[in-house]
Ligand binder design. Sequence first.
Ligand code: BGC
Length: 347
Amino acid sequence: MRSDFGRTTKGEAASLYTLKNRGGMEIAVSDYGAVLVKVLIPDRDGNQQDVVLGYDDVAGYESGTLYFGAAVGRIANRIGGGTFELNGRTYALTQNDGQNTLHGGTDYFDKRMWKVEEADDSHVALKLYSPDGDQGFPGAVDIRVTYTLTEENEVKIHYYAVPEEDTILNLTNHSYFNLSGHASGSILDQEVMICADAYTRADAESIPTGEIVPVEGTPMDFRSRKVVGREIEADYEALIFGQGYDHNWVLNGSGNRYAASMYSDKTGIEMKVYTDLPGMQFYTGNFIVQEKGKKGADYRRRQAACFETQYFPDAVHKEHFEGPVVRAGQAYDTVTTYQFSSQTSSV
Ligand code: BGC
């Protein structure tokens, strides 16, 4: 179902597409930024909870700077020094995070109108044409992001793109989840598990050093479910640099697999993350200072967590990190699934 979502400052009419399944789950996606605006799921008492942070209309998304629900590209996360080389040429990008590039550079994908190609009650497919030189990256590319809501309560996000020239691509979704409800406050009492034996160490600017560090014996160990707040204030380099969790975990295994989960004991809502990508940035909203959100919500620090599946940050400068290079005519084709349930005995 399509509804109006307001007009951008340029006068473009934005829409909201609502998808529903028979189990009572509902999600909403806008063609502005291909953002995931709502994820509604009945909790264990049957009350509908919206578990993602966001805004009421397009104006909020236009002025927001936190990437709520955003489709992030061309390269999610950071590129050290805001420059990279491909096929012997050097490309200069926007330096929008110190001297580094974050989430593609300031001409963000989530600040553009996407074209809706298909929409029904269970899916919406959005397309963005990114020309040669867009954000400084080579090669024109048509990017398609498809959101599907299944009867198994999965929100499936499929990214598909075939560049005309060799380029680099690393798209992600930047939803901020709070499984007690988007306006319920801190997530420090919610439980998280990450199927990763290691994480990529990063410097004070969040650029990976290249080291793969085992999580064993560190506060980064989420191999067994634990509350987010248990060690977040530990005197540990990564947590000091990130002001909390804001790192890329090296997901175990390969192919489409179970990567992480989050659980709220207040609502009984659990989310499981599946992906075919090698890494995932787990970010605990450390830099949300104060943000007005949906229905008057007042979002603050650590009131949500992001599970941004991706190639490792700065992979373009690290030979041993699986690369984001996509050759001309080849498909960049990846799926990440967020699956919800609200049983008390989960996992
Ligand atoms: C980054 C954070 C950043 C946030 C956006 C995350 O992907 O890792 O450092 O603050 O995006 O605000």
